[in-house]
Design a protein around this ligand. Structure first.
Ligand SMILES: C[S@@+](CC[C@H](N)C(=O)[O-])C[C@H]1O[C@@H](n2cnc3c(N)ncnc32)[C@H](O)[C@@H]1O
Length: 281
């Protein structure tokens, strides 16, 4: 089992912790207060250990002297570990249950807009692009598909834009999908242009960014788990409002829909944490 407590060699002082959080907000624009504090402390402990700091105060010194530390800290705080087709059973439910319903509901409307909120290096938006391409087959051309991937981490967004993945990120894909949707580039795999062109990525902070809207499906998986419940409730309402009528919200397998949105969404596939936007009566 993982040890959830920060390592004991770190001297924890609440005042220093508050000061460090304020500095992080100022330097890298990361709003620590909105994240679960034990989670935040565990992530900070990673950087404190790596820089041999024994207190938050020590670490403030490192942060002010070493420019690369800002980047490393941001990378550690944002937790962007993922892979293509993470939790394949969720994608399978989207393919088997969500897409047939959505396509039927949209009828002659051939515009499909998907949002991958907290898209990391692009693994999720490109998985969605593959899924839609496979599901629609030759009809794909008749649709105007756009998949928006958003994140606060610029490094991740740069990788998402490049759409080049290492083989370990493709482990859930199988040879057929890899051969069809990727081109081998030295030891890595580049997403083919046909898929690449439907995915757009942009920087967007779910907490402080503008409200987006007009989506048929929103994926926000393994992002809100790090946020305080009050904020989760606000974000779930934002997602509800960002969906078109007949739209779907896909959460992470370990996340729970809380707050007013849980009364508004219809449970569509509880096991896969998929919710449907109820039609207005
Ligand atoms: C663990 S990854 C999840 C990736 C993918 N959705 C998945 O389920 O595998 C979490 C992502 O959320 C992003 N993130 C964290 N806070 C965010 C915020 N306030 N706004 C937008 N993205 C955020 C991180 O940068 C990171 O890339």
């Amino acid at each position: 089992m993982t040890n959830l407590a920060p390592p004991s060699i770190i001297r924890e002082d609440e005042k220093e912790f508050i000061e460090l959080k304020a500095i992080i907000k100022r330097k890298i624009g990361f709003n620590c207060e909105d994240y679960k504090q034990p989670h935040l402390k565990r992530r900070l402990a990673v950087r404190l250990r790596a820089t041999h700091s024994t207190s938050y105060k020590d670490y403030v010194q490192v942060l002010s002297k070493n420019e690369d530390e800002e980047r490393q800290l941001k990378e550690t705080l944002t937790v962007n570990v993922t892979e293509l087709f993470r939790n394949p059973e969720t994608y399978e439910s989207v393919r088997a249950n969500v897409l047939p319903e959505l396509i039927k509901y949209k009828g002659n409307n051939k515009v499909i807009k998907v949002w991958s909120a907290g898209c990391s290096n692009g693994e999720e938006p490109y998985s969605i692009a593959i899924l839609l391409n496979e599901y629609l087959g030759i009809s794909t051309k008749r649709y105007n598909i756009s998949i928006l991937g958003t994140d606060i981490d610029d490094d991740s967004l740069g990788k998402a834009e490049n759409a080049v993945f290492q083989s370990r990120q493709l482990e859930k894909l199988g040879k057929e999908r890899i051969d069809r949707f990727f081109v081998k580039k030295e030891n890595n795999y580049q997403v083919i242009d046909d898929l690449k062109k439907v995915v757009k990525v942009k920087r967007h902070d779910l907490i402080s960014g503008p409200k987006l809207s007009g989506f048929d499906i929103i994926f926000c998986r393994n992002v809100t788990i790090y946020f305080e419940q009050k904020l989760q409730e606000i974000l779930y309402m934002n997602f509800y409002n960002a969906l078109n009528e007949g739209g779907y919200f896909v959460m992470g397998k370990t996340e729970t829909l809380v707050g007013p949105a849980s009364q508004l969404f219809k449970r569509f596939d509880l096991k896969e944490r998929i919710y449907a936007k109820k039609e207005k009566i």
